[in-house]
Design a protein around this ligand. Structure first.
Ligand code: MLT
Length: 196
């Protein structure tokens, strides 16, 4: 997969997954803000929707092509695994940070591969898919949402929180008085959770 790799000789690595229409450069400043010492692996989604990069196909806004989502989730998993081997990363120190479409595939990764990624920061996610419960043992996740988000209905973030908790993911959900954009207040809260 097309990606940017920034090696900082750290035990910790942040895996950055952009939103629809973004690319592998978008979340680098956010990654640096969350942890300026961590290595950054920022990945571009494989799908192009009228020139906009995405991590999986959709049928309409908010209606996902589940076959594409499953296929791309497996590809993303295999790619991360390949990078872990190539750069000899500590597999227990991976944090995935996804925004919007990137958060949706990150959530799918958690559902498909329990304990593969130990920490997940899901910024403005939706419920990516319904699937069997495979419980985790040592994963923690943060969900952020905006009460005025025109793309993500509030029930979606609440339902995702419930689904992760059902899988034993230690999940915290923080809602802001905001829309779909990531706010400064939200970034402060992400940092506090990451360092907590
Ligand atoms: C998605 O398609 O994954 C969500 O609707 C959010 C987005 O527009 O990226």
């Amino acid at each position: 997969m097309i990606h940017t790799w920034i090696f900082k000789k750290s035990e910790k690595t942040l895996i950055l997954l952009h939103g629809t229409g973004g690319n592998e450069h978008d979340l680098i400043p956010l990654g640096d803000t969350i942890d300026s010492h961590a290595n950054l692996l920022s990945i571009r989604g494989n799908i192009s929707e009228n020139g906009m990069n995405r991590f999986f196909k959709r049928i309409a806004p908010g209606i996902f092509d589940i076959e594409s989502l499953n296929e791309e989730t497996h590809k993303l998993h295999d790619f991360i695994e390949e990078m872990v081997k190539k750069y000899q990363l500590n597999p227990n120190q991976l944090t995935v940070v996804g925004y919007s479409n990137g958060a949706n595939i990150a959530a799918s990764l958690l559902f498909h591969y329990p304990d593969f990624i130990k920490q997940a920061i899901l910024l403005h996610p939706m419920v990516p898919l319904e699937m069997e419960i495979y419980p985790h043992q040592q994963t923690r996740a943060l969900i952020t949402s905006g009460s005025k988000d025109p793309i993500v209905p509030n029930e979606q973030s609440m339902k995702l929180e419930k689904m992760l908790n059902e899988r034993n993911v230690d999940t915290k959900h923080v809602q802001f008085d905001s829309g779909h954009q990531i706010t400064h207040e939200e970034i402060r809260s992400v940092k506090a959770w990451y360092n907590g």
